[in-house]
Write a protein that binds this ligand. Structure first.
Ligand code: DAH
Length: 356
């Protein structure tokens, strides 16, 4: 089939069918019909071989020209439909960025979490590490390892929450101090760690007590550490949190796992002691006492180090622990600890970004 008019008709039919295709799918169907293996033009092309030798050249040229015209028409329509489809897609998928959106309030950190971050940052900046331990703790870690005698009053059920069955000697940790022993048993010396964590006691749930509360524990064990390094570290923490003119004092105290032991007090950063004996200037932050009890601390008792297999002739250390809920309370003026547990966002929102 090399007849010129016949070929012209094939080209015209193919062009018309491409032109009427209005989608890429339709064009693909038209392509199969007019360019595919069984299309008239393909058959004509294969038929060249069967022609008498002298007719082949001319037929080949005519059929080649017709195939070229059909391919060109196909390519042209393909390009045109691509543009049309892209435009349709852009319209269908367009987003009106000017439409109003419903603004949901952003989540935020609980004030205790926020303060943990702030306190830990002070230590991380000095090269200390963060350590953690389980809240369901072995009674041994919580008490024996820290040199509490078997009859120490805080072990009793009235203070400590025991997990069933009691013969397993598992408790909810009453302080973050068991992480001291866990750290000494697992990390290489020297050790400089802070431990933010939840702690549990069989306490009433009222304005000044929570059965679940939070502590920040610190432990440093190295060569030549003592009371001076403890005092310097806590001073630095206090100044970072309450302002550079903050004063601290260490008051002698007793803890089984430190010797000597002390409590650290902050000079009231609100009234600077002016409320003491001066009812006209009563201070809620320090209850007009001039000092605020902040936490416990001391030089690590060598018995604790020895229990962890540490040579106490070479190494010594200091430790401290403070209540974080209480710290938010006096630092930010919260008055009822139950607000910390009840999850009302209005409470958290009040304390976000409160200036010192
Ligand atoms: N664990 C003590 C408590 O909950 C606080 C404490 C006192 C922690 C002295 C220490 C420390 O690391 O050295 O009351």
């Amino acid at each position: 089939m090399s007849d010129k008019t016949e070929l012209g008709r094939l080209v015209a039919e193919a062009q018309a069918s491409f032109e009427t295709a209005s989608t890429m799918d339709e064009l693909r169907a038209a392509k199969v019909a007019h360019v595919g293996d069984n299309s008239p033009i393909a058959l004509a092309n294969r038929g060249i071989a069967d022609l008498p030798k002298e007719d082949r050249k001319e037929a080949g040229q005519a059929i080649g020209a017709a195939r070229g015209a059909i391919s060109a028409a196909l390519a042209q329509r393909e390009a045109a439909l691509e543009v049309v489809e892209m435009e349709a897609r852009l319209i269908a998928e367009s987003v009106d960025v000017t439409l109003p959106v419903s603004m949901r309030p952003q989540g935020g950190l609980h004030p205790v979490t926020g303060l943990f971050y702030e306190m830990c940052d002070v230590f991380v900046a000095m090269g200390w590490e963060i350590a953690e331990g389980p809240e369901a703790e072995a009674e041994w870690m919580n008490f024996d390892a820290l040199n509490f005698t078997p009859d120490h009053p805080s072990r009793f059920m009235s203070d400590t929450l025991f997990l069933d069955p009691p013969q397993n000697h598992k408790i909810l940790r009453t302080h973050t101090s068991p992480v001291q022993m866990r750290t000494l048993l697992t990390r290489d010396l020297p050790v400089y760690i802070v431990v933010p964590g939840k702690t549990y006691r069989a306490d009433e749930y009222d304005a000044t007590h929570l059965p679940v509360f939070h502590q920040l524990e610190g432990l440093a064990v190295d060569k030549g550490l003592g009371m001076a390094e403890l005092k310097g570290t806590l001073d630095h923490l206090a100044k970072s949190m309450f302002g550079s003119d903050t004063k601290t004092r260490l008051r002698p105290h007793y803890f089984p796992f430190t010797e000597p032991s002390a409590e650290i007090d902050l000079a009231c950063f609100k009234c600077h002691g002016e409320s003491v004996g001066n009812p006209d200037r009563a201070c809620r932050t320090c209850r007009s006492e001039g000092w605020i009890e902040w936490g416990g601390c001391g030089v690590v008792n060598p018995r604790v180090l020895a229990a962890a297999g540490i040579d106490t002739d070479v190494y010594s250390g200091f430790a401290f622990g403070m209540g974080v809920d209480r710290t938010v309370m006096f630092r930010n003026g919260a008055s009822d600890l139950r607000d910390f547990a009840e999850g009302d966002v209005r409470f958290s929102r009040q304390l976000v970004g409160v200036a010192r």
